[in-house]
Write a new protein. Structure first.
Length: 319
């Protein structure tokens, strides 16, 4: 078993957070046992224990600090009481920052023409239209995922090349790159899929409300290993234009929807009704609020959420 005292660089951080998780699990499990006969939502009767959720991106930071793989960090969190990992649907900017893709516009490619390189010469031979963008990745599956998501969003992407480097051409605004959800990187999902923790996606608002986008949403969810719950990232739900169809797709996937306490998401109450209240209520202390809390205050707040408001999942932020 991995010993917390021998973790390596960043070791001051991980033991502290693992200890917090262990204490939280004990406290909320006791509360759930006392209050398990009372449920605000009938569908929560199958959730007798309070779920303890951690954030994928924060696990990545902890992994880097502790010089551990994300797989090891996820396993360690499970050992200390975590039950699930929340992961936001990726944007193109997320994937670029992770090094999974590269994004180039025609101006940048024009500069690359000056570099004497066989691949670059081949690449710049097919410059995109001035207003368009190229997306490059070595990951064939990721390129296909991005292509399908952009097509469903009405962006009309084109496949320019497949192989060692896969290239898509598409018109994108700066907002599209920063905000538009383009699915999940299979490598990221695989890295945590075998940890014993459930995976809980946070789906992003769609750039274009269309039934095609909702069909893609269903496919996207069915690809996620160890899926445990479905949540939404933004105040407006994907598919807000057609809530009955959205609820139909969610029902087909067959997992409950998570509702974040104190975070109003337009249409989510209607979805809860359409899904016959197959929902799990989630409480979290925001990253900004966490700066004002110590461990005791955080535990008190989590306890109140579970015992007084029938919360069935705690979303823990480390920072």
């Amino acid at each position: 078993m991995l010993q917390l005292g021998h973790i390596g660089k960043g070791k001051d951080h991980l033991p502290k957070f693992a200890k917090i998780l262990a204490v939280i699990l004990i406290m909320v499990s006791l509360a759930a046992a006392v209050y398990q006969d009372y449920f605000r939502f009938q569908a929560e009767q199958s959730y007798r224990e309070v779920q303890l959720l951690v954030d994928y991106d924060e696990l990545c930071v902890l992994s880097a600090q502790a010089d551990l793989s994300i797989e090891k960090t996820a396993e360690l969190m499970r050992e200390k009481g975590a039950t699930g990992i929340l992961i936001r649907e990726r944007t193109l900017n997320d994937l670029r920052q992770a090094g999974s893709i590269h994004i180039l516009n025609s101006g940048e490619l024009s500069l690359l023409k000056k570099i004497d390189n066989t691949f670059l010469a081949e690449l710049t031979a097919v410059l995109p239209a001035k207003e368009n963008t190229l997306i490059l990745t070595e990951k064939k599956d990721l390129a296909e995922t991005i292509y399908q998501e952009l097509a469903a969003a009405g962006k009309n992407p084109a496949k320019l090349r497949s192989g060692a480097v896969n290239i898509l051409e598409v018109y994108l605004t700066a907002k599209d790159i920063d905000k538009l959800g383009v699915g999940f990187d299979d490598d990221e999902l695989k890295s945590i899929g075998g940890s014993g923790l459930s995976i809980i996606p946070r789906l992003r608002e769609q750039a274009k409300n269309s039934d095609a986008a909702l069909m893609q949403l269903e496919k996207k969810l069915k690809k996620i290993p160890a899926l445990g719950m479905i949540t939404f990232n933004d105040q407006t739900l994907p598919g807000a234009h057609n809530l009955p169809l959205l609820s139909e797709k969610l029902a087909t996937v067959g997992f409950p929807v998570g509702m974040f306490e104190f975070y109003n998401q337009n249409g989510l109450n209607s979805i809860a009704r359409l899904l016959d209240k197959n929902v799990v209520r989630i409480h979290s202390i925001s990253e900004t609020e966490m700066l004002k809390y110590d461990e005791d205050k955080a535990l008190d707040r989590y306890m109140l959420a579970v015992t007084e408001r029938n919360i069935r999942a705690i979303y823990v932020h480390f920072f």
